[in-house]
Design a protein around this ligand. Structure first.
Ligand code: C5P
Length: 309
């Protein structure tokens, strides 16, 4: 086989309920993931040794400067895991073309790892009698990071535990989103730590999170307004505490007609829900004009997870 290219979506968290800090340094979560139509592409091609190249996708103004182009790249870890599982050497060149904001709270690095899992399995596994099915790749993904399994699966799903134990959620229709990126990144561990710090400061015990019934009903009935009202993110306060300017971005989106607004994951990207595709186009133009964001992207969801193209 020569080269395999896999397209993989970004995610937004429709609900991110953060529970207590566990002994292993992770938090118990209830995480409702939703895959949206902002895609990275990863091409895997046989090579003399494991190589990684990272570039911005054509006409995506993504700053890839902070992405490691070596063994530390999550896609390289994915390739090594698949190789070890199949008993082959990880001799592959991975070319990553990014359109998902880097360090943006949209799981771009995890998406690349998921794409590499799928691409390398296609490259090295026996097509007649595959040793690894999609469930195996979802499981391998959990060894790389909490958001990787979802990027393999796609759609809309509820994650519990560290966020990696997934169940697909029933949804109806398509939801229309606008994403506003920031000119800076936020470190995920730093945002979780700030969430713990703020809770401790208030003397507030971490709640055990549970799935929002309102959210699930809105998803199942395709009710955009209901979904907008049910969006929640327990990390939002922490992200705003570290970067207060994000509050102005959220306010701007709400004033310009978003029916739901929240920080995506650990941020700093802000996500806005619109009622219709036209509303989303208008909101994107208005937000761009308001000059509060580094970049504004339109996307819709749910979309499938990592897919060979
Ligand atoms: O699993 P992953 O490496 O993607 O997580 C990145 C960081 O996010 C962790 O090192 C941890 O600080 C934080 N995290 C957490 N609880 C989770 C998931 C992630 O504290 N359930």
């Amino acid at each position: 086989m020569s080269a395999v290219t896999v397209r993989v979506p970004a995610k937004v968290n429709l609900q991110l309920g953060v529970g207590p800090l566990r002994d292993d340094g992770y938090h118990d979560l209830v995480n409702v993931f939703h895959a949206v139509s902002l895609f990275d592409e990863v091409t895997a091609e046989p090579a003399g040794r494991l190589e990684v190249r990272v570039e911005a996708a054509l006409d995506a103004r993504v700053d890839v400067g902070g992405v490691p182009a070596d063994d530390d790249n999550l896609a390289a870890r994915a390739a090594r895991l698949v190789a070890a599982r199949l008993g082959v050497e990880p001799r592959v060149a991975l070319r990553i073309r990014k359109a998902i904001p880097v360090a943006g709270g949209m799981a771009g690095g995890s998406a690349d790892a998921a794409a590499a899992l799928v691409a390398c399995a296609r490259l090295w596994d026996d097509p007649g009698e595959p040793a690894l099915d999609r469930d195996d790749l979802v499981e391998l993904g959990a060894e790389i990071g909490s958001d990787v399994p979802f990027a393999v699966l796609g759609g809309t799903a509820v994650g519990v535990g560290r966020g990696e134990r997934l169940t697909s959620a029933l949804t109806r229709g398509t939801f229309h989103w606008v994403f506003a990126t920031a000119g800076f990144g936020l470190s995920t561990p730093a945002v979780y730590a700030e969430c713990d710090r703020l809770r401790e400061l208030r003397g507030e015990p971490a709640p055990q999170p549970s799935v929002s019934e309102e959210l699930m009903t809105a998803l199942a009935t395709g009710d955009a307004k209901g979904l907008g009202a049910a969006l929640t993110n327990d990390l939002e306060e922490a992200a705003l505490s570290l970067r207060p300017s994000l509050g102005r971005v959220l306010d701007a989106g709400r004033e310009l007609g978003a029916i739901g607004a929240l920080v995506s994951g650990s941020g700093p990207t802000c996500a806005f829900l619109a009622g219709t595709e036209e509303d989303a186009d208008g909101l994107a133009r208005a937000l761009d004009g308001a000059g509060v964001a580094a970049q504004v992207h339109r996307a819709s969801g749910p979309v499938p997870g990592a897919t060979v193209v």
